[in-house]
Design a protein around this ligand. Structure first.
Ligand SMILES: [Zn+2]
Length: 344
């Protein structure tokens, strides 16, 4: 199995986020990638640097105006009087504004609010470079999958909360969506995205909402008690041509291996139903029982079994790294997951 990582991730160093009204240290830190990369080395799967992004490669799933915001935000922010070290919005357009014709002007204050969903996607000087590096890893893994193989992309920052035109929840560019679209463009007829991060893959759902050719499945903690709070429920099944092509499985707090793996089996039935010929796995480790912001209670064995079960589908697969914030554990979880996959 080929693996990919990009050195630029170390330059993305978000410093804080707000939790229950408190300023907390951001846990989406470069040490996460270091722990995952060390695990790859232990497994003899040393990551390669991905090929550089082709011009406009990110426009396959993202809006050009949004990408322009990501590329210029840190510089424009730094030109404000007395700016903080990172772009963090202090106003967002609410649905009433949008319904009444809201639009963003050129000010970076307005654009920050327009193009971000929450305070958990700060943009610093090194962020855009890292965002592009993560995307390049995802596209390299998709290139392997397009050749019928499986590859792992160590994406940092992660991507599954990013919409076509909006960042949120530590995510900026949707790496899993990019990989899925690349597989379609390479000739796959029906792609499935299986998201097992403990948070709902709301950005991925949004990007493919009206698409029949990309099945999106997310297994996650119930949004009644967990980010992203407003979406991630079973009744969200896609719209238009995509009706029935989005599946959300919201699990109760504390769900362990049995319930989580049952959901996975249910997902497999849907993947077989649509006759998917390529797969993207949005792989988060925050369903772990030892996750600092935990909601689910999956064990190391559970991740090993998940790897074996998904690998047992024997589909060409691009695996993109999503969340998982227990830096001391995520390397082991990646080892267990990929070892399980190898045994499938
Ligand atoms: Zn997550």
């Amino acid at each position: 199995m080929k693996t990919y990582a990009h050195e630029s991730q170390a330059g993305h160093t978000p410093s804080f986020f707000l939790q229950r009204g408190r300023v907390q240290r951001n846990f989406e830190v470069p040490a996460r990638a270091a722990a995952l990369e060390a695990a790859l080395h232990r497994m003899g799967l040393a990551p390669a640097a991905p090929p550089p992004l082709a011009p406009r490669a990110l426009e396959s799933v993202h809006r050009a105006d949004y990408l322009d915001f990501l590329a210029t935000a840190a510089t424009d922010w730094a030109a404000l009087p007395d700016p903080g070290p990172e772009v963090v919005a202090n106003i967002h357009p609410v649905p009433e504004m949008v319904a009444q014709g809201a639009r963003t002007g050129a000010s970076i204050i307005a654009r920050a609010g327009w193009y971000t969903a929450d305070t958990a996607c700060p943009i610093g000087a090194g962020s855009w470079h890292a965002i592009q590096g993560a995307a390049a890893c995802a596209l390299a893994a998709a290139g392997e999958a397009a050749k019928g193989r499986t590859a792992y992309a160590l994406c940092r920052p992660p991507g599954h909360h990013a919409y076509a035109g909006r960042a949120g929840g530590h995510c900026y560019v949707n790496n899993a969506a990019l990989a899925a679209q690349a597989l379609r463009d390479a000739g796959a007829q029906q792609v499935a995205i299986l998201d097992i991060d403990s948070h709902h893959g709301n950005g991925t759902q949004g990007i493919f909402w009206e698409r029949r050719d990309v099945l999106t499945i997310s297994i996650h903690g119930d949004p009644d008690g967990y980010y992203p709070w407003f979406v991630g429920r079973a009744h969200e099944r896609g719209g238009g041509a995509g009706d029935g092509r989005n599946m959300n499985m919201a699990l109760a707090r504390g769900t362990g291996d049995a319930g989580w793996l049952d959901a996975l089996r249910y997902a497999f039935a849907a993947i077989r139903d649509v006759k998917a010929d390529a797969l993207v796995v949005a792989l988060g480790f925050d369903a772990s029982e030892h996750e600092p912001l935990g909601y689910l209670s999956v064990t190391e064995d559970g991740f090993a079994k998940a790897g074996a079960m998904i690998g047992g589908l024997h589909l060409p697969t691009a695996i993109t790294q999503e969340g998982g914030y227990n830096v001391d554990l995520i390397g082991t979880l990646l080892e267990r997951f990929l070892a399980g996959w190898g045994d499938a």
